[in-house]
Ligand binder design. Structure first.
Ligand code: 3HC
Ligand code: NAI
Length: 701
């Protein structure tokens, strides 16, 4: 048929096989191949057709690399029409993941069967898109309107058995030999005289949809949309499935799909999709770098981070031992883990049995002697360099040769920690984000002496526990926290200049940040930053710097935990409330410092908070701390809830234009001084050349 699609009649069943590694994406050659195969099957003596895939998965979607390029015939809808109009039953045989356009191909078939381990889903929303080949019209027809809305707006794949219960597939096949089982299934269908079932022929009774259902859904989704328009358009499509005939519904879906493909949100989210996969690749690490076996892990310190990290490993079946200073601390740490799992069980997201099997994998000890058989240690004790060095010296003695020794430090020098051992090549940073069992980001910090296989193993185990790994070099705060410095600083400076906390946070939340920086400070505890600042000797001697944070902490307002910080918090609902006392306090502080307050636009708030991130990002690139600008974007989207619909700070900078960013930074430098606003040489160079971070990255390859 074509180089990637073959067709053969086996035992009177025509078998179409797609073979387009790695994920059988629907590239033009695949679409063409399937179309030709279906046409051929109409002419031969086959009685039914099975559509299956080689390799690790059924078709995982449209070829995302083709978006934004001129379309090439045949279009996917044309292929789907040919399948649907086939005079012989076409049966999709699914393994791996049938996603996006892949699942839409299956939905156009007359029957769908899958092996038990398969999953089906429409994840387009994660790319700022909607299913553009009938998914929004066919899923509500088989699974109902509510289930369709949940599935398509969440983008979450559904396991085979559940998919069958929802009506998304017809049969879960036993065994792993999919082709043979699918042929047998096809023959059974023929023998029983099963009709040519076309989902398009099902109509939805509008009376089954509650009045106001779609308006309600729009409102609910708008709250968590964070700059994304796709969820809203998905609601419109599903509404069309209820209100319009199939062909008009498909037409509506196509129009809205085209709108989304051309949207900046989708471009940004597609950037993040590829950025995430790029980040996993370390340029100077040979492909054949060996990986060390990780069968048992130890966590040193069972506090906020240690507990969450232990859960990450137990969740994938790896035994963990947690080391604490005494029995009381150990019991507290293990208790928090039990409580966290308990909450998940209560919410119905985990069975009691699953919780027990995970808890059984987590043991505790106060004796470093119990570390002799572990393959990986992650240290998560207090943020104190001397303590960490002391612990690494102990680990050096307690752990077997070849064990990987990692620190979860947020700021300390990984090279200095490594130097406390006789094996610095086994040492690196594995910097998790809080809550560690939830947040997707893992910064893997490569020390000067970290061995290649240690680095490769950390990246691999990070992926295995469900994290998105980004490599960072050693510097104060690594990629993410180092960049954050200027962001938090400016949020507070803006208060003295005339903003209320609400104005600052709202501008950033409207942009799509999950939470503004001042509200975030209240959540994390203002005392944390206060203590960290006291330990620093490199900060400029400027009374304006972090003034409000300092004043509030000294008044006992430490944030949510004390009921007040930049805001006050309703003791019952925990709702964030504006506090006129803080607003007059800010005015008083500005007056004392001689800062003239003024009206500040939302645009300036965004520039003042984000441009320091971008500038520091440019320095990080120049210094080689991050491999690529897109790695920085991944850090911010997965670790700091920067909106994916804006693509991360470096992608955003390219959209704004580096010349505009640079000019504004120069303007702020002239207004506020070089201590805070010093344009990075790389930013200056690219701005002057009219270039972008993306172009710079392309030249580094
Ligand atoms: N198009 C192009 N390339 C794709 C792709 C796609 N749909 N899906 C994955 N790839 C590429 C990845 O970029 C990666 O390339 P690389 O090796 O050069 O980095 C390679 O395939 C392997 O991908 P993963 O590393 O993600 O492999 P995993 O095994 O971890 O995961 C997967 C496999 C679950 C299929 C995952 O790749 C995935 O979720 N893919 C995207 C699925 C998706 O979003 N589909 C919808 C596309 S939009 C659409 O279909 C529109 C339609 O409605 C018209
Ligand atoms: P924490 O204070 O909640 O927990 C630290 C734990 O270490 C305590 O339970 C303490 O008893 C234990 N401990 C101290 N000395 C020990 C020793 N010698 N042996 C065994 N256990 C010992 O601290 P948290 O927040 O969990 O931070 C731990 C590390 O993780 C720090 O380096 C921090 O910078 C880093 N980190 C923290 C994040 C956060 O948001 N809290 C985020 C990312 C990293």
């Amino acid at each position: 048929m074509s180089e990637v699609v073959s067709y053969e009649v086996k035992d009177s069943i025509g078998v179409i096989s797609v073979n387009n590694p790695p994920v059988n994406a629907l590239a033009q050659v695949v679409r063409e191949g399937i179309l030709k195969a279906v046409q051929t099957a109409q002419q031969d003596d086959s009685e039914a057709v099975v559509l299956r895939c080689e390799g690790r998965t059924f078709i995982a979607g449209a070829d995302i690399t083709e978006f934004g390029k001129p379309p090439k015939d045949p279009w996917l809808p044309e292929v789907l029409t040919a399948i649907e109009n086939s005079s012989k039953p076409v049966i999709a045989a699914i393994h791996g993941t049938a996603l996006g356009g892949g699942f839409e191909v299956a939905l156009a078939c007359h029957y769908r069967c899958a092996i038990a381990s398969a999953k089906v889903g429409l994840p387009e929303v994660n790319l700022g898109l909607l299913p553009g080949a009938g998914g929004t019209q066919r899923v509500p027809r088989v699974a109902g309107v509510k289930a369709a809305l949940d599935m398509i707006t969440s983008g979450k794949p559904v396991p085979a058995a559940k998919a069958r219960d929802m009506g998304l597939i017809d049969e879960v096949l036993a065994g792993e030999d999919l082709e043979a089982a699918a042929i047998a299934y096809a023959k059974d269908l023929l023998a029983s005289g099963a009709p040519l079932k076309r989902i398009r022929d099902i109509s939805i009774d509008p009376a089954t949809v509650e009045p106001g259902f779609f308006d309600e859904a729009r409102k609910r989704l708008a709250k968590r949309a964070r700059g994304q328009i796709a969820p809203d358009r998905i609601v419109s499509c599903i509404q069309a499935a209820v209100e319009l005939p199939m062909d008009e519904g498909l037409q509506r879906e196509r129009e809205l799909f085209q709108e989304l493909v051309a949207s900046p949100e989708s471009a940004a989210m597609r950037h993040i999709f590829f950025a995430e996969r790029q980040a996993a690749k370390i340029r100077d690490l040979p492909r054949e770098t060996p990986i060390r076996d990780i069968n048992k892990v130890a966590i040193i310190g069972g506090g906020t981070m240690g507990g969450g990290i232990a859960m990450c490993f137990a969740n994938v079946g790896i035994p963990v031992i947690m080391i604490e200073i005494n029995d009381e601390a150990l019991e507290r740490g293990l208790g928090i883990i039990r409580k966290n799992y308990g909450i998940t069980v209560k919410k119905g997201k985990m069975s009691e049995q699953h919780m027990q099997s995970r808890l059984e994998l987590i043991s505790g000890s106060t004796d470093y002697g119990d570390l002799a058989d572990v393959d990986l240690v992650i240290e998560a004790v207090f943020e104190n360099l001397d303590l960490k060095k002391e612990i690494f010296a102990k680990l050096d003695t307690a752990c077997k040769p070849g064990a990987i020794l990692a620190t979860n430090t947020s700021y300390q020098d990984v090279n200095a920690i490594a130097a406390a051992t006789s094996r610095p090549d086994d040492v690196l940073g594995m910097h998790f984000f809080s809550p560690a069992n939830v947040m997707k980001l893992l910064e893997v910090v490569r020390g000067d002496k970290t061995a290649d296989d240690v680095l490769a193993t950390a990246m691999k185990i990070g992926k295995a526990i469900g994290k998105v790994c980004v490599m960072s070099g050693v510097c104060y705060g690594f990629i993410g926290n180092r960049m954050l410095g200027g962001y938090g600083r400016e949020a507070q400076m803006l208060l003295l200049d005339g903003c209320t906390p609400r104005q600052v946070d709202s501008a950033l939340e409207k942009f799509g940040m999950a939470m503004g920086p001042l509200a975030m400070g209240d959540l994390a505890g203002l005392d944390v930053g206060y203590k960290a600042r006291q330990a620093r000797t490199d900060l400029p001697d400027d009374p304006r710097l972090y003034r409000m944070g300092t004043v509030l902490v000294e008044m006992g307002r430490h944030g949510q935990k004390t009921g007040s910080g930049f805001y006050k918090y309703d003791p019952e609902t925990r709702a964030r409330l504006d506090d006129p006392e803080v607003e007059s306090l800010i005015r008083k502080q500005a007056e004392d410092l001689g800062v003239e307050q003024r009206e500040i636009s939302e645009e300036e708030i965004l520039q003042r908070c984000f441009y320091p991130l971008i500038n520091e990002g440019a320095l990080i690139l120049e210094e080689g701390i991050a491999q690529r600008p897109s790695d920085i974007d991944v850090v911010y989207v997965y670790g700091y809830a920067f909106p994916a619909a804006k693509g991360g700070p470096m992608f955003y900078a390219d959209q704004v234009g580096l010349k505009n960013v640079y000019d504004k930074i120069c303007e702020f430098r002239d207004r506020y001084g070089e201590d805070y606003w010093k344009p990075a040489p790389l930013l200056k160079e690219l701005a002057e050349k009219g270039s972008s971070f993306a172009e710079w990255a392309a030249q580094q390859k």
